[in-house]
Design a protein around this ligand. Structure first.
Ligand code: MEV
Length: 324
């Protein structure tokens, strides 16, 4: 029976958090922490999931009932991907999907989008169906929207295209930013947040104060445009300076937190050029731009301030078939 393994990278949002939901650009980098999906075609008509990281072992139902009934939270993304795939490519062959992760789903590295992209890529390959990056994006993005209702899809794009991207939702613009390196430190706050909840809070704040919030998003666009040029020029002090500006804006938007603030300030004091939250905010991770010579100091400061420094390399390769 046919067996295909695909892997896709997690991501870090470098600039443009939240504004990207409202049609403004962002810059995202794919990271070297990957998620894998192994798809095996079966001799029967069952859909089976083994996702040890998600504490799912031997979840099973008939292919004909995929997308129906009560779907446990842990398998929602995978089952919805399969449901959407079957709508486009109806067939009755059973499949088993097993997933493996290099990283904890707590960090906010985009595990749902990475596992969804890896699964979709492996599915297309297992059934011998051609899919462009755009096809893959459409299938995964619509599945993710079906499950979590909100999201700009920047994380899906990072998992598919890889590298460092200038992105406008929904993949209206996906442009690779050519960088050879990007000296980053990453600190986890220890707080898991619900992206959907924070995106919703921003939406409510925006309806109450449209002019102010859209003004912040306009400023975000200016920062993103300048950051793109600074990244291409490898001007790290300018990239850091722009991160500080983006962080100020995100704090004004109300999505920072004391935990993020502490780690950001500690990183800057220890020698980082600049730092900001990455993603929805409130918790998850912060990022800092820091030269190699100062990296140990900055990571030590993050660890001593209640955070956890994570070893993450940016600009990683997008989704790929590992084994067929
Ligand atoms: C969350 O990781 C980033 C947000 O901009 C939401 C999104 O773009 O989907 C807050």
């Amino acid at each position: 029976m046919k067996k295909v393994t695909a892997s896709a990278p997690g991501k870090l949002l470098l600039f443009g958090d939240h504004a990207v939901v409202y049609g403004h650009p962002c810059i995202v980098t794919a990271i070297d922490q990957r998620l894998s999906a192994i798809v095996e075609l079966r001799g029967d008509n069952l859909f089976t999931v083994n996702a040890v990281d998600l504490k799912v072992v031997a979840y099973q139902k008939s292919i004909a009932t995929v997308g129906q009934g009560e779907i446990p939270k842990a398998v929602q993304f995978l089952e919805t991907i399969l449901e959407q795939f079957l709508l486009q490519h109806p067939q009755k062959t059973g499949i088993t999907v097993s997933t493996q992760s290099d990283f904890s789903s707590q960090f906010g590295f985009g595990s749902s989008s990475a596992v969804s992209v890896a699964f979709a890529k492996a599915l297309y390959a297992a059934f011998g169906t051609d899919a462009t990056k755009e096809d893959l994006f459409k299938l995964v993005y619509q599945s993710i929207l079906k499950v979590q209702k909100v999201g700009s899809g920047f994380d899906v794009a990072a998992a598919i295209w890889g590298g460092t991207l200038y992105y406008v939702t929904p993949a209206k613009v996906v442009e690779k930013i050519s960088i050879t390196s990007l000296p980053l430190a990453v600190g986890y706050t220890g707080l898991k947040v619900s992206t959907a909840k924070i995106v919703q809070e921003v939406a409510v704040a925006r309806t109450k104060d449209l002019t102010r919030i859209d003004g912040l998003f306009q400023r975000s666009t200016e920062i993103v445009e300048q950051a793109r040029a600074a990244l291409e020029a490898a001007n790290w002090s300018e990239v850091g300076h722009l991160m500080n500006q983006n962080q100020t804006l995100l704090a004004e938007l109300g999505v920072s937190s004391p935990e993020l603030y502490r780690l950001i300030e500690a990183a800057k004091k220890a020698g980082a050029y600049g730092a900001k939250l990455s993603g929805a905010g409130k918790g998850d991770c912060m990022i800092a731009v820091v030269e190699a010579a100062q990296k140990n100091q900055v990571e030590a400061a993050i660890n001593q301030t209640g955070g956890q420094a994570l070893s993450v390399q940016p600009n990683a390769e997008g989704v790929r078939i590992e084994k067929e």
